[in-house]
Design a protein around this ligand. Structure first.
Ligand SMILES: NC(=O)c1ccc[n+]([C@@H]2O[C@H](COP(=O)([O-])OP(=O)(O)OC[C@H]3O[C@@H](n4cnc5c(N)ncnc54)[C@H](O)[C@@H]3O)[C@@H](O)[C@H]2O)c1
Ligand SMILES: O=C(O)C(=O)C[C@]1(C(=O)O)C=C[C@@H](O)C=C1
Length: 366
């Protein structure tokens, strides 16, 4: 890969910010330029040295880019293609991170930009928005769907896939129509269902709001994504409505079957529903950061329970290692209580093990 690269960002929130942070970490010499809607984002990105150049508009400075990442909501991303067309050089690759792909591929074809466009979609994220929530680890171990046009050179696709892989994501090349059907089922419909369920409970709640008060793990697990950005999700739903409608109709039919089973007190149908869903859900891999995050944990002996956590965290902090989670574990796997320490990535865990062994800690399950 040519080094150092110049990379442009339009939109620099949760996803753009996470990619920029990862690029800054793995390719410190990269020149990163960015345009975004909010001045606060630009100030943060400059202060944290995530970007080198802030652009108040998309202008000739983007001509120097080897890659331009469109990281705004999907309809906003498409609106920048026309502005970028006269600016970009022949070798520049335009890419996006949008959750829908057919819409942007259509705009790309209409503008004759197919030779320079590779769609992208990291299958990682959260209900939070903004660069302050962006993490360089976000892409780690997550599938990153890549949708090249048929006209973009093979070598450009290979270089892009390599870039994605070097940021520790798992590239997966897909046709963009297939992408939109798949994400309609595993991402877009679930977001609509979560939002509808939360609104249902809001409307059904008692005058003293007992539902809101007692809502526990089950409700919170299935509705976390109902806190996502309305602006982003409106644009996703408006650019993939056909696929969403197809799976939504199938889903409504499934709910109607459930209604009949309940009306007829058909316990065996309900049992089958839960058995089949459990078996399929349990077959999901935890390799990708998608449904279940891969964790980077170590377990070690508790030297002195009172001050043990403070001492260990000071040792790790002195090496610049950030702890994601820490806690005392009492379970049958270990004879005595041990300390569980979780890190954001594999590299941090390796450094931590090395450092703690230097201080004569006994480490388990590394
Ligand atoms: N949030 C997720 O879980 C997730 C996951 C994968 C992909 N995506 C996709 O990533 C993209 C960005 O989502 P996000 O989660 O980072 O959202 P975000 O709200 O955190 O960030 C959006 C960024 O775009 C900027 N922006 C908005 N409109 C703009 C405009 N017209 N011009 C310039 N900048 C503009 C905002 O200022 C912000 O910097 C979306 O296309 C979304 O579909 C999101
Ligand atoms: O984890 C979340 O909160 C997400 O919603 C992430 C999620 C999803 O899994 O649906 C959201 C949108 C994307 O385009 C990709 C990932």
């Amino acid at each position: 890969m040519k080094q150092p690269l110049t990379i442009g960002f339009i939109g620099l929130g949760l996803i753009g910010g996470s990619i920029a942070k990862a690029i800054r970490y793995y390719y410190p010499d990269t020149r990163i330029i960015a345009h975004t809607r909010s001045q606060a984002t630009i100030d943060y990105a400059l202060n944290e040295q995530i970007i080198d150049i802030a652009c108040d508009q998309v202008d000739a400075r983007f001509s120097e880019c080897d890659y331009i990442f469109l990281c705004a909501p999907v309809e906003a991303n498409a609106s920048y293609l026309e502005i970028l067309k006269p600016l970009i050089q022949p070798g520049c690759i335009l890419t996006d991170v949008g959750s829908t792909k057919t819409d942007i591929h259509t705009h790309v074809a209409d503008l004759g930009l197919e030779g320079q466009f590779i769609g992208g979609h990291p299958m990682a994220g959260s209900e939070k928005t903004g660069i302050a929530n962006a993490k360089r680890h976000l892409l780690e171990n997550a599938y990153y769907i890549v949708t090249p046009t048929s006209k973009v050179p093979k070598e450009s696709v290979e270089a892009y896939v390599e870039l994605v892989r070097s940021l520790k994501a798992l590239p997966l090349v897909l046709d963009y129509h297939e992408h939109d059907f798949v994400t309609g089922a595993i991402s877009h419909l679930p977001h609509l269902i979560a939002a509808a369920l939360v609104n249902l409970v809001h409307n059904e709640d008692t005058p003293s709001e007992t539902m809101r008060m007692v809502a526990a793990g089950g409700f919170k697990d299935i509705t976390r994504i109902a806190s996502s950005s309305p602006e982003m999700w409106e644009q996703i739903c408006m650019t993939n409505s056909e696929n969403i409608l197809k799976v939504l109709n199938d889903y409504i039919r499934n709910l109607e079957d459930i209604r009949v089973a309940l009306e007829q007190k058909n316990g065996s149908a309900i049992h089958t529903l839960f058995r089949e869903s459990r078996d399929y859900r349990n077959s999901f891999s935890d390799l990708s950061a998608g449904p279940i995050k891969k964790s980077h944990r170590l377990y070690c002996d508790l030297v002195d329970e009172a001050g043990g956590i403070a001492i260990l965290s000071t040792i790790l902090a002195s090496r610049g290692i950030t702890i994601k989670n820490i806690g005392i574990v009492h379970n049958r796997e270990f004879e005595d209580a041990v300390l569980m320490v979780e890190f954001y990535d594999a590299d941090s865990k390796v450094c931590a093990v090395e450092e703690l062994r230097r201080y004569r800690y006994t480490i388990y399950e590394v």
